[in-house]
Design a protein around this ligand. Structure first.
Ligand SMILES: [Mn+2]
Length: 197
């Protein structure tokens, strides 16, 4: 069974195409027009072992906000679509990833209910290239809302903004991979006592 998602999202502000294969090998083809964001989405595919295509044409003449946010919304929707009925998956995943002086701890539940808890150092460089560092939380909020997952992301310490953001995407990728992978002991079983996810 294919576990793929494809979402096209077109508004007056942006045009986004996302394709994802949860059972891929980390092949990534990403172009949003925001270099650092491309780098982060590359982490997501590579460390999640998802095949991921992202093509966004946004109103970058204003700023990168809509481009970044709408891409995250489409990504969340595509991820949910790819998860399908969630039968036979692990459901929960967590991963802690250091990047030199920074550390990210990510825990996920593919619960069907959107909830985000996010903490990161308050003091951080405001921009990484065209990427506004306050957008990290906005990306996670947008992804969570569409993917309908519970996501806890904590950066207890870190100094360099590039490191602080990148370790979050790496840990997110790995946590999503662990949660969405098939559990060989749970074939045909929905991991919920409620009978719904
Ligand atoms: Mn916004």
């Amino acid at each position: 069974m294919n576990r793929t998602g494809r979402v096209e999202r077109v508004t007056k502000e942006t045009s986004v195409l996302v394709e994802i294969d949860l059972d891929g090998s980390g092949k990534v083809d990403v172009a949003t027009g925001v270099g650092f964001y491309d780098h982060m989405l590359d982490q997501l595919g590579r460390h999640g072992l998802f095949d991921l295509t992202v093509k966004t044409e946004g109103d970058l003449h204003i700023d990168s906000h809509h481009t970044i946010e709408d891409t995250a919304l489409a990504l969340g929707a595509a991820f949910k679509q790819a998860l399908g009925d969630k039968v036979g998956i692990y459901r929960f995943g967590n991963c802690t990833v250091p990047l030199d002086e920074s550390l990210a701890q990510v825990t996920v539940d593919l619960s069907g209910r959107p909830y985000l808890v996010h903490t990161e150092p308050e003091k951080m460089a405001p921009m990484i290239g065209e990427y506004d560092t306050t957008m990290t939380r906005h990306i996670l909020e947008s992804f969570v809302a569409q993917a309908q997952i519970a996501l806890h992301v904590h950066v207890p310490y870190g100094r360099n903004a590039h490191h602080i953001v990148e370790c979050q995407f790496k840990a997110l990728a790995r946590a999503l991979r662990y949660a969405s992978e098939r559990d060989p002991r749970a074939a045909g079983i929905l991991p919920s006592t409620k009978g719904a996810l």
